[in-house]
Design a protein around this ligand. Sequence first.
Ligand code: ATP
Ligand code: MG
Length: 870
Amino acid sequence: MSHPHVIRTPDQRLRIFVSSTLQELAAERRAARTAIERLHLAPVMFELGARPHPPRELYRAYLDQSDVFIGVYWERYGWVAPDEEVSGLEDEYNLCPEGLPRLLYVKSPAENREQRLARLLARIRDDDRAAYKYFESPRELAQLIENDLATLLAERFDQSRALVSAEVASDADRVVEPVRLPVPLTGLVGRDGDIAAVADRLEHGTRLLTLAGPGGIGKSRLAIAAARAAAQTFEDGAVFVDLSAVHDPPRVPNRIAQALGVRDTGDAPILDNLVTALRDRRILLVLDNFEQVLGAAPLLTGLLADAPGLSLLVTSRTLLRVSAEQSHEVGPLAEDSSVSLFVERAHAVKPDFEITPENRDAVARVCTALDGVPLAIELAAARIRVLSPAELLERIDRRLSVLVGGSRDLPERQQTIRRTIEWSTQLLAPEQRRLLTRLGVFEGGFTLEAAEFAGADDGDGDVLSDLAALVDSSLVAQHDTDDRPRFTMQAIVREYAREQLRSEGGLQRARDAHARYFIDLGSRARVPLKGGGQREWMQRLGDERDNLRAAERYLLDARDWDRAAQLAFNLFLYFWVIGLLGEVRTWMDEPLGSGDPLHDRTRAIALYFTRTIRFWKDPDGRVAADLAESADLFRRCADRSGEAMAQISLALALLAGDDPDTARAAEVMQRSIQLFRETGDVWGESMALVLLGRVALLEQRLRRAFERFDESLALTQSGEDAVGGRIAAYHLGWAHLLLGSPEDARKDFALSVTLSTSLGHIEGIAYGLEGMAAVAAVGGDVDRAGRLAGAAHALRERSGTHNGPTFTFHQRYLDRLAATAPSGRLAAAVAEGRELTVEQAVAEALTGTGLPNAGRDVSAPRAGGVPTPP
Ligand SMILES: Nc1ncnc2c1ncn2[C@@H]1O[C@H](COP(=O)(O)OP(=O)(O)OP(=O)(O)O)[C@@H](O)[C@H]1O
Ligand SMILES: [Mg+2]
């Protein structure tokens, strides 16, 4: 599971498990969460609404996945479940894995401390792996946690560096990439035989294995568990690819790319990038919900042929029917597992629910009536708060025979789940049912705010309490990502909701409201994305990626070109950083190719998006002209910020060719910078300064270039803009190097690596490593230069961000070095560097840079990266 010495890749934040009683320490829990998030770490906390007793396997799974244990204690010992000896609180401490760092805090004074807690604390005091600190207020607790975690991280970071060099020296034990599989919210019941059988086949050479079965039978759960069991066999780990929001087979490669961190920058077909990323990796991909995109099956066969170390575990309601496919039928849960599942779910809504000799039979019969389909059992058990097992049985028997609906031709178990969903929704109040139907419009989950928007357009309904009722009935699941609750629906429930929405004639209206909501979200995101709110909004928008896509698709299909362009343009920075400009380009090709007359601003935006990513690949020389047209159109409609943005791209295009037009680029940038200043856009101004610096570089005016980059960096720092900061620091590095100050250059490149890491921006890391490779080359350090360059190259391949030949500055330094170094030594170092993982490469690059907080930033949040020219 977690390796205490390994620094996580950016999208794998360190998880901090927080154990405490809920109510008495509510304020302290909030304070702990804030402190953890301030360090960009991920808190793991159980606050699942009305669930006082999360099942043991659940917190065990979470503990196993956590990197640090925090315990907060005061007076209460906590609730002891009927068949347990100790409270959940004590159990969490007991289950905390050996070797996990423990930070323990005790609130004082505590005059009414319960006996059992006093005993537990005494035991903790005697435990030589643990010691606790006292605190009085939530504020003090937050301070302690933040300091202790920071110290811990710094220590780990040192260890990690030592370890990296040791491993590198032996070059034997490559650190396995983290397994990226979701951790389900509930414990797994039964399925031992299936897990073993599936894992065994994956370990023994089956490369395309389909888990087939009806909706809600447990395919996804089985796939996750089996992939985890088989993951050791795969040197490069196992990665989960959620296809539930993908409805168009050609988009499957994009989704796989997204899960792997391969970016769609539009430079090359995404499939090529994917093959490059997978070619020499031994990796297991779990493709979940493939039934929606069966047309993409041949594509999987192609991938398997091109990437010999790749294996695929697919879940699907129907078989793929391609030649390489083997299958495993996912059947009903065994009877005893069904009953256990029922009891566990019943406990969650009614903690005192017990299985007794009187009700055992009714429960078993409910499970049988539901054909052992886990989702159906969950929906039924959610009703145990108001219905006894016998009442439940009677109703289920009655309803299931009535509710045949229009689905007679479906296989039996599929009918069972359909009917159970219908049964469950009929127990809802009308406004709750209406809300559920409306929620069918979302893709990939939704926030409370979005649900309120979708649910409340025609009255004063109380969406919050209706939504809570849906969560209580298990039709909607609640997860907390960081501090924001997020809601999802099981694929089959969402399908049901959407069908209802369509058949009631409300789909069109709901989609329009959905699009309006996301357009509004985009306009709220525009400004904070440029500065202080950058990380938070990158993450928020990252959660909404599928909804944003769906909104855009809706607008394009409606030929609502203006709003489609507006949505994309507001989120330009997000799409850029996350590496989705390739996809945005295909959207914006649609209005341009439609033949419809376009409004000036819409055409300006569409030209901008479709040309800007091609500025350095311009065979027919049209790109600069089109970008100039875009800028003109923006000017005509008095959009100064748009005009200034288009001018940046225009200048890049003018500088990119073999014969850069520096004079015109400088002129364009002067106008651009003036516009940014007029509109008070600090982000834009700092970008424009970088461009002006590049003009100066090309004109061999090094001092001037240096000043521009320096000024740009200062602006980004004043605006808390990590995206701009990393670009400015990177350029400043080159200026320093060219000015003969390699030590300063190294610090700048290190800063750009650290900032990129904090954004999860792989391409930025690659740029920084290349700069550092050049610094090492200047110092004659063949091994370091080669290893860093090799690592950067591998990162580019894996993330699909290739560097244009005009921008491979560091190559010149390496070539010069190769000419003097002992033959083959540089090439050998490059080959070694290619084997480094992201975290190893970053740790190696930062060794000796003296950046005090490097360790912290390395484990900072995920958000994607910036496909930026250097
Ligand atoms: N073995 C199990 N133990 C505990 N819960 C389970 C188990 N199998 C399934 N479930 C629960 O039942 C529900 C349906 O399971 P799952 O999502 O795996 O079904 P699925 O076959 O993938 O459905 P779909 O076709 O809709 O994707 C989920 O809430 C899941 O957590
Ligand atoms: Mg599933």
